[in-house]
Each structure stands twice: as C-alpha cells, then as structure tokens.
Ligand binder design. Structure first.
Ligand SMILES: O=C(O)C(=O)C[C@]1(C(=O)O)C=C[C@@H](O)C=C1
Length: 373
C-alpha cells in the first residue's frame, strides 16, 4: 500500500478523469436532446417539440439494470444508483428545464419520492393538495407530477383515482418508497389530545393510535407535512408524518415506526402530458373503463378479455363515477404496453362491453422480485 500523499494524488488524478468523462457524457446528452427535438419537430411540428419529454423511465431502467450487472464493487449498488440518479438528473436538466409538482409542503413522502426519482437538478413545485398536482401538469405549470397511488398497508389513494376519472394526464412511471410514520409533537405523549395527518398517515397508524392515544381526536388534513406545520403551532397537538419533518418544522419525535403492516410501502405514479412510448418488455399499463350495465355480466366478460390475450391483472379499483348513484368507473392495472400488439386489441374487444375505455399510461414495472412475492 502506498503512503497517504501518493494515494491522494491518485484520487486527484481519478477525479480529473471523472469530471472530464462526466462532461463528455453531458455533451452526448445535449446532443440526444437536440436530436429528439428535431425528430419531434419533423414528425409533429414546432409545438410538440417544445413539449418534448426528456425523462425516459424505460431507458433509465435499462441503465440501472446494466449498472447492477457491471458493478463488482467495492462500491455498493445503492451508492452507485444514488450517484447515477444525480448524473441523470443533471442530464435531464441540461436537455430542458424540468419541474416536478408534488403534494407539499416540503417534508411529505411525495417530496421524498420526487427526490428518489428525479434527483437534485430539477425544480420542485410543492402543491397544496393532490388534485393541484394533476392541475399543475395539465396546465403546463409543471413538466411532471408525482402522486401517491396506493399503500401496501392502507390501500388505494382515492383522491388520486378520483382525479384520474376526469384527467387528461398520462402515467409515465412508477416508484416505490418505504414509509415509516413518526408521531411528532412539542408535547409529551400523555398531553396529546389531537393528531393531524393525511388520511393515509392516520390509516397506516390506526392500530398504534388506538393503543397509545385512544382518546385523541384524529384530524385529516391535506398532507403529512401540513400536519407537522399545524402541530408545531399548537400545544397538545401532534402530527403523523415523516421523521424529516421534525427538523423542518421544529417538532420532537415522540414515537417512531408507528405504522402497522410489514414493510409499509407507498407506490407513487409519475404523471406527464403523455405516456412513454418505449416498451421495456416488462411493463404495466393502467386502464380506465365504464361498464355497460345494461348488459348482464359485462364486467365479467370485460375481465375475460385480459385473460384471452394472456395479460396478467395486478390491481382492480372501482370508484363512483360521480355522474349518477351506483354507477362506477373501473381501474385496471395489467401487464403489457400500449405500443405492444396485445393491449390495443384488448381495448378494441373491451369496447364491446364498456361505454368507454382509455389507457391512462404504460410504464416500466419497477417492482423488485422480492416485492412481487
Ligand atoms: O437516452 C435518453 O433518451 C436520454 O435523454 C439520456 C438520459 C441519460 O442521461 O442517460 C437522460 C434522461 C433520460 O431519462 C434517460 C437517459
């Protein structure tokens, strides 16, 4: 082993090589941006080129999988992934100014999910409620949005599903975040009479609340970080939120990991003005449809279409349509991609049993093998 000055000299020289290589990569990324813009302009005109999507989840997944295959250490996979998250974040930001709307204020789990997916080089646009995230994307105030879709303990996020009934946005990607809920307050546990959180935070921690704060009022607010903001202003109030809100809002951690359920995980969807048209071979698609109730068995016949084409179903939700009582909109998540050969035929066949069918987006499956079991 060499002495310290020699080893540091080696590091200095490697850093120079790294910086040069990173800039070489950045220049290629700029060329990719220009090529995509020119291609889009030639195909769909100048306006489409302005709205160009620079975030390509399918391509990113390919890169991360390749990194995992070629990394033989000593760098850990997670460390290499974190480094590349920032490399790709910078790469996206070079191609275009990218902003991401999320359910704020800072400190929410959505905020952490944006960081996980988009890194530090994009602009973060906090929104007051989930519906505002959709609107920010629809009205072009943000390039992308991230919305909570479901939680492994408490189930679907109905506010998100309800907005998908009327929205024009498309799903581009998904991301998973392990969620640990904390009880934050400036009062001790025996003085807490009110607990604020998002309905998901309250739901994921209901067993703990019943055991430790059975008398406390549970108050649902728009987000977990808003709950922290509010709890910081009142004595005897607490918030169920992420640990990072402790520092952000000046609250003490009264209890940690109060969620029930094993490996409590929230799944987020990344939305944009269009879906990713690049299939990866392991994709999921989200569809929305309304069944024609005048036909007996229409829902059953509709579901059979997926089976006939060999597409696996992962999730089914139904929500009131809002148009008339007992009339529902169904959401189906299945394997396959909108640009594949099966899904367009499924949609065509489904139309026999449904009043309307729409593919809300196709995206790379990010669930790891262990999460699938
Ligand atoms: O391959 C592309 O399409 C790129 O824009 C390049 C790149 C990258 O830096 O590797 C950048 C952003 C995309 O999300 C995926 C990949």
């Amino acid at each position: 082993m060499s002495d310290l000055p020699t080893l540091r000299k080696k590091i200095d020289s490697l850093d120079t090589t790294l910086v040069n290589l990173l800039n070489e990569r950045a220049r290629v990324s700029l060329d990719i941006g220009t090529t995509k813009r020119l291609d889009e302009e030639a195909k769909n005109g100048e306006k489409a080129a302005e709205d160009l999507h620079v975030y390509m989840p399918g391509r990113e997944k390919q890169i991360y999988e390749k990194l995992e295959r070629m990394n033989h250490g000593p760098l850990k996979h997670e460390s290499l992934n974190a480094i590349f998250r920032e490399i790709m974040s910078a790469s996206i930001a070079l191609q275009k100014d990218v902003s991401v709307a999320y359910l704020g204020p800072p400190g929410t789990f959505s905020h952490q999910a944006v960081y996980r997916r988009f890194g530090d080089s994009v602009v973060y646009v906090p929104q007051k409620q989930i519906t505002d995230v959709f609107e920010a994307v629809e009205k072009g105030r943000a390039t992308y949005g991230i919305v909570p879709y479901e939680n492994s303990t408490f189930g679907s996020v109905v506010e998100t599903l309800d907005y998908f009934i009327k929205s024009t946005v498309k799903v581009r990607a998904e991301t998973y975040l392990t969620v640990h809920q904390c009880l934050l307050s400036n009062s001790p546990l025996d003085k807490i009479s009110k607990v604020y959180s998002h309905p998901q935070g309250l739901g994921q921690s209901q067993e703990w609340l019943s055991a430790h704060l059975p008398e406390a009022r549970r108050i649902a607010v728009k987000s977990t970080a808003q709950a922290a903001e509010m709890a910081a202003l009142e004595t005897g109030a607490a918030a169920i939120c992420s640990e990072i809100c402790s520092e952000l809002y000046g609250l003490d951690i009264v209890a940690r990991d109060i969620e029930h359920g094993v490996a409590n995980t929230t799944r987020f969807l990344i939305i944009g003005s269009s879906s990713d048209d690049q299939a990866t071979g392991n994709d999921h698609s989200l569809l929305r449809f309304t069944v024609d109730h005048r036909q007996p068995g229409a829902l059953c016949d509709g579901l059979k279409v997926f089976k006939d084409y060999g597409l696996n179903l992962f999730k089914i939700d139904s929500r009131p349509s809002g148009l008339r009582p007992w009339h529902y909109v169904f959401f189906i998540e299945c394997s396959g991609h909108a640009s594949g050969d099966k899904l367009p035929s499924v949609v065509k066949d489904l139309n026999q049993y449904c009043l309307d069918v729409e593919i809300l987006g196709s995206f790379p499956n990010e669930r790891t093998a262990s999460e699938t079991c």
